[in-house]
Design a protein around this ligand. Structure first.
Ligand SMILES: Cc1cc2nc3c(=O)[nH]c(=O)nc-3n(C[C@H](O)[C@H](O)[C@H](O)COP(=O)(O)OP(=O)(O)OC[C@H]3O[C@@H](n4cnc5c(N)ncnc54)[C@H](O)[C@@H]3O)c2cc1C
Length: 331
C-alpha cells in the first residue's frame, strides 16, 4: 500500500484527501496533518461578520474525515525532508511516498506598525468574531477597510465585505450615518479579471456611496487613522484590515520557495522541483504564462488544484502516467 501525506487540513487538504480516498480506496493510505482540531470555512467569514452565520455553522471537526478512512493527525509540521521523504512534526517523524502541501498562509500583522493595537483582522476567525461584536454596537461613523499588501487571498472578498456592510447598515436604517471606505494597493478591483469586471465593481461601489482608494501603500495604523504613503491620513472610527500574507515558516525555511516567498510549482501539475512532492492552494506560487503574474489565491482554485494532484497521484501509484492538468479553473 502506498502512502500520501497531506500537510494542512484546509480547503486544499480536505478536498485532496477526499478525492484521493474516493479514487484509490484501500490501495492508498491517506493522512491529513493539521495543527488545528477544527476547520473554519473562511468563505463564510463575511457572513459571520454581519451575523448571518454563527461560528458553529462554519466549523467542522477535522476528525470527521476519519469516517472516510482518512487518517487525521493533530500535529504541528516543523520540517520537510524533501529528499529523504519524511516530515518532522512536534510529535515525531512521518514518512511518505507522495506529499501534498496545502499549508495556506500566515498573517503577519506585526509587519504593519499599529495593526495589532488599532485594527481588527478581517481574515482571521477570532478577528471576524470581534468585528461582529463591534458592528452590533456601531451606530454612526467612518469604517475603513484596508488591504495591507499583495498578494492576499480571495481578491473579491474585500468587495463582498463592503457590500455586506452596506446591506447590514441599510437593514438597520442607519446607512446615512455610516461612511464606508475601501483602501487597496491594487490599481483596480479584480485586476486579473477582464477590465469590465473592475469597472462594474467600481460602479456598484459608487452606487452605494462606498469610497474606493486604489494604489494605496499602507505605512502604519494610528488610533483612529490609517496612514498611507506621502503621509496621507484617512480618519476612521473603526479600522478593519487584511494583514500581510506569508507562507508558513516551515516552507520559508525549505528550498521550496521562489523569490515571491511562495512554493514554486509547475503550472499544470502543481509538482514542486522535487518529484512526488506537490503544493496547492494559497501556499503555491502558480505563475501565469501570459502576464508573468501569479494566479490569484482562493479556495476555488485550491479545490481544482487538489483534484488534479489527487488523481495524478493515484495514477502514479498504479504505475500509470499522470494525465490530469490544471487549467486555471475556478469559480
Ligand atoms: C474572508 C475570506 C473570504 C473568502 N472567500 C472565499 C470565497 O468566497 N471563495 C473562495 O474560493 N475562496 C475564498 N477565500 C479564500 C480561501 O479560504 C482560501 O484560499 C483557502 O482556504 C486556501 O486553501 P488552502 O488549503 O491553501 O489553505 P487553508 O484553507 O488556509 O488551510 C491551511 C491549513 O494548514 C494548517 N497549517 C498551517 N501551518 C501548519 C503547520 N506548520 N502545521 C500544521 N498545520 C498547519 C492550518 O491550520 C490550516 O488548516 C476566502 C478567505 C477569506 C479569509
Amino acid at each position: 500500500m502506498k502512502n500520501t501525506l497531506i500537510l494542512g487540513g484546509g480547503i486544499g487538504g480536505i478536498v485532496a484527501s477526499n478525492i484521493l480516498k474516493n479514487v484509490a480506496g484501500d490501495s492508498m493510505q491517506v493522512t491529513v496533518v493539521d495543527r488545528e482540531l477544527n476547520h473554519h470555512f473562511a468563505a463564510s467569514y463575511p457572513l459571520l461578520m454581519i451575523g448571518q452565520r454563527k461560528p458553529a455553522d462554519i466549523t467542522r471537526k477535522l476528525t470527521n474525515l476519519k469516517k472516510k478512512n482518512i487518517h487525521v493527525l493533530h500535529q504541528e509540521v516543523q520540517k520537510i525532508d524533501l529528499t529523504g521523504h519524511q516530515v518532522s512534526t512536534n510529535q515525531g517523524v512521518l514518512p511518505f511516498d507522495y506529499l501534498i502541501i496545502s499549508l495556506g498562509v500566515e498573517y503577519h500583522t506585526e509587519t504593519v506598525p499599529g495593526f495589532t493595537e488599532y485594527a481588527l483582522n478581517a481574515y482571521d476567525f477570532d478577528g471576524v468574531r470581534k468585528i461582529n461584536q463591534q458592528l452590533n454596537n456601531f451606530s454612526s461613523g467612518r469604517i475603513v477597510f484596508f488591504i495591507s499588501s499583495l498578494p492576499y487571498k480571495c481578491p473579491s472578498a474585500p468587495y463582498e465585505i463592503m457590500f455586506l456592510l452596506d446591506q447590514f447598515f441599510r437593514k438597520r436604517g442607519i446607512q446615512n450615518k455610516i461612511e464606508l471606505t475601501l483602501v487597496t494597493p491594487d490599481y483596480s478591483p479584480e485586476p486579473l479579471a477582464k477590465p469590465k469586471v473592475g469597472q462594474s465593481v467600481r460602479k456598484m461601489l459608487a452606487e452605494k456611496g462606498i469610497k474606493l482608494i486604489t494604489e494605496a501603500k499602507v505605512l502604519r495604523i494610528e488610533e483612529k487613522a490609517l496612514i498611507l504613503d506621502h503621509d496621507t491620513k484617512i480618519a476612521a472610527d473603526l479600522l478593519l484590515g487584511i494583514a500581510p500574507h506569508w507562507t508558513p515558516e516551515v516552507l520559508r525555511k525549505s528550498n521550496l520557495v521562489d523569490s515571491s516567498g511562495f512554493v514554486q510549482v509547475d503550472l499544470h501539475t502543481l509538482e514542486t522541483n522535487y518529484p512526488t512532492i506537490y503544493a496547492i492552494g494559497d501556499a503555491a506560487a502558480v505563475k501565469l504564462p501570459v502576464m508573468g503574474a501569479y494566479a490569484p489565491k482562493a479556495g476555488a482554485f485550491a479545490h481544482y488544484q487538489a483534484d488534479v494532484v489527487a488523481r495524478n497521484i493515484y495514477l502514479l501509484s498504479r504505475g500509470a502516467k499522470p494525465e490530469y492538468t490544471y487549467k486555471g479553473k475556478g469559480t
